[in-house]
Ligand binder design. Structure first.
Ligand code: IMP
Ligand code: MG
Length: 174
C-alpha cells in the first residue's frame, strides 16, 4: 500500500480536539467523569483529547478485537481487556478513533449500559459519511470523512501507521 492524500493535518486535529475538550469540560463540570478509550486505535486521541479537558477525569481502557478482514468490520467483537473498574453510577464517555459501520460501538454501548452508568456518551474523532448504519448519537464528533480507508493518528493498516501524526487515505490496499 501507499500513504495517499493527507485528509486532516496534525494542526487541524489539535484545533478540533481543543474544541471538543472545551465542550466536554463545560458539559461535565461538577460531575464524576471517566473516559474509556477503545484500544488500540483510540490511544492517540485519548492522550490528546484528555489534555484538552480541564477537569479531574479518570481514564480507563478496553481492548477489543473485531473479527473481519483488514479493512472491513464484521461487528463480531471480542473483549481482550476489560475495564479495571466499575462504572455503576458514574458518567462515562467512550473515546473512539472512528465510527465506520458503527457495529463496534453499538456492541460496546450495549455491553456498558448493562453496568448501569449514570450516563454513557460517545466522542469520536472521525465519522465516515455515506455509510449505512444504525442510528448512533455521537455527542462529540470531530470530522466527517468520505467512506475511504484511512490511516494515522491511531488508525492502522495491518497494525502499522498508527504513529502518523495526521490522517491520510490509503492509496492501494494490496
Ligand atoms: P466499525 O465497527 O465499522 O464502526 O469500525 C470500528 C473499528 O474499525 C474502528 O474503531 C477502527 O479500529 C476500525 N476502522 C474502521 N474504519 C477504519 C479506517 O478507515 N482505517 C483504520 N481503521 C478503521
Ligand atoms: Mg483497527
Amino acid at each position: 500500500m501507499k500513504i495517499g492524500e493527507v485528509l486532516i493535518s496534525a494542526e487541524e486535529i489539535d484545533a478540533k480536539l481543543a474544541e471538543m475538550g472545551a465542550a466536554i469540560t463545560e458539559d461535565y463540570r461538577g460531575k464524576d467523569l471517566i473516559l474509556i478509550g477503545i484500544l488500540k486505535g483510540a490511544f492517540v486521541v485519548m492522550a490528546d483529547l484528555a489534555r484538552h479537558i480541564d477537569l479531574p477525569v479518570e481514564v480507563d481502557f478496553m481492548a477489543i478485537s473485531s473479527y473481519g478482514s483488514a479493512t472491513k468490520s464484521s461487528g463480531v467483537v471480542r473483549i481482550l481487556k476489560d475495564l479495571d473498574q466499575e462504572i455503576e453510577g458514574r458518567h462515562v464517555l467512550i473515546v473512539e478513533d472512528i465510527v465506520d459501520t458503527g457495529l463496534t460501538i453499538q456492541y460496546l454501548l450495549k455491553n456498558l449500559w448493562v453496568r448501569k452508568p449514570a450516563s454513557l456518551s460517545l466522542a469520536a474523532l472521525l465519522v465516515k459519511d455515506g455509510i449505512d448504519r444504525p442510528p448512533l448519537d455521537v455527542k462529540y464528533e470531530g470530522f466527517r470523512i468520505p467512506p475511504k480507508f484511512v490511516i494515522g493518528y491511531g488508525l492502522d493498516f495491518n497494525g502499522k501507521y498508527r504513529n502518523l501524526p495526521y490522517i491520510a487515505v490509503v492509496e492501494d490496499e494490496e
